[in-house]
Design a protein around this ligand. Structure first.
Ligand SMILES: *Cc1c(COP(=O)(O)O)cnc(C)c1O
Length: 396
């Protein structure tokens, strides 16, 4: 097999440039012996909260933990319906289910690939009913209370939060953002006449620091952000066996803490995140320029109100599988995010979904292709990628 000349993701140069600073974190942990909790975790939490413009950031083991603990701490109860999209990483729905709630899917918008607010309203209007006595919103098919919605800011672009927040207010829904791909993304709120940042919009938000994310640890990590003091306190307890202080347990919790070393490494990298996100946006704009005039592909759509951070640069292409093979033959790495919508995964076979249930998501799943995207991607490499895509399309 030919080695990749242009990898899908290459973080090596970025880490090499920071090697001294990163090694310093490890040395500090070795010398102080603080591996769990302590000042490195607290410092990272304070600076990440600052970055997200929230009162709190609570560092945890992974994005999946962040999502699960945020849902539990938000007051969503066992058996409640929580709505989300079928084109996301399965961690979103795992977290909902493992928090004891019940995921229901809403189809996506064909242009942004994020939750379609019209689909959300349609679900709430036609598939749910208000209990006349209690006023609670009930999902007709399952009889379950409908309590939450998890918009996913997919590929680094925020969902249409202005619309989603309005709908949530009308129906009394708790909004938890899946911001695992959107560190630093923002949208312009016409209502507030200001930009609002991912992680600062819902009741709480989940971030992942998986190495490949825009802000990545050198291992697993995650965080919950929120302005809600009680929710933050609950997540702090839940991540540490439900302890309020050592060996005094208010509840059963989890082992969901972030290692001090990872927190220290993340603090170093957080200082560069805005710069890296700017580089990603530049790369995205250059791709857009290179692809203008190339037929049979659709480049990412960024609404005027959105400022995305391009965790991924995802095009839609005719004959996607053949194109992916062709690029691979030319040494260009690509990815599929995601090839099988969640409702059609074996993991949800018991739910009896059928092809056609979420037509927009299903159609796009067969067309999407993630091209190389990372802060150190060069203009030369981008020209080679775009040239290869254009050659393939021209050959028909
Ligand atoms: C990465 C990711 C997660 C899970 O994060 P982990 O840190 O891998 O647990 C959840 N949702 C989305 C959309 C993600 O991309």
């Amino acid at each position: 097999m030919q080695t990749e000349t242009i990898p899908f993701l290459n973080l090596e140069p970025l880490h090499r440039a920071l090697e001294g600073e990163l090694m310093g974190v490890f040395q500090n942990a070795l010398r102080t012996g603080r591996f769990i909790g302590g000042p490195m975790v607290e410092k990272f939490e304070a600076s990440f909260a600052d970055f997200c413009t929230t009162r709190h950031a609570v560092a945890v083991n992974s994005g999946t933990d962040a999502m699960r603990l945020a849902i539990i701490a938000s007051g969503i109860r066992r058996g409640d319906v929580v709505m989300t999209v079928p084109n996301t990483f399965i961690a979103t729905t795992e977290a909902i289910s493992q928090a004891g709630a019940y995921p229901e899917f809403i189809d996506i918008d064909e242009k942004t690939y994020n939750l379609d607010p019209r689909g959300l309203v349609a679900f709430l209007e036609h598939r749910c009913v208000r209990n006349r006595r209690t006023g609670a919103l009930i999902h007709k098919a399952s009889g379950r209370p409908v309590r939450g919605v998890v918009p996913v800011h997919l590929y680094g672009q925020m969902a249409d939060m202005e619309a989603i927040l309005d709908i949530a207010a009308v129906y009394g829904l708790i909004v938890i953002e899946d911001a695992c791909q959107a560190h630093g993304a923002s949208y312009y709120s016409a209502k507030r006449a200001s930009y609002r940042k991912a992680g600062a919009v819902g009741r709480a938000a989940a971030f992942s620091f998986y190495p490949g994310k825009n802000l990545g640890a050198l291992g697993d990590g995650g965080a919950v952000t929120t302005d809600d003091d009680a929710l933050a306190a609950a997540v702090r307890m839940l991540r540490d066996h439900g302890q309020s202080r050592k060996y005094y347990h208010e509840m059963e919790g989890y082992n969901g803490r972030l290692d001090a070393i990872q927190a220290g490494l993340l603090s170093v990298k957080l200082g560069y995140l805005d710069h890296w996100n700017d580089l990603r946006r530049k790369c995205a704009h250059y791709y857009n320029q290179l692809f203008s005039g190339v037929e049979h592909i659709v480049t990412p759509y960024e609404p005027a109100w959105s400022r995305g951070v391009y965790h991924l640069y995802v095009i839609r292409a005719r004959e996607r599988d053949r194109l992916q093979n062709y690029l691979s033959g030319r040494g260009i790495g690509t990815g599929l995010h995601y090839p099988v919508p969640l409702h059609l995964q074996k993991a949800y076979a018991k739910r009896n979904y059928r092809p056609g249930d979420f037509p927009v998501c299903e159609k796009i799943a067969g067309e999407l292709l993630s091209l190389p995207m990372f802060p150190d991607l060069t203009a030369d490499a981008q020209r080679i990628v775009a040239g290869a895509v254009a050659d393939f399309m021209a050959a028909g």
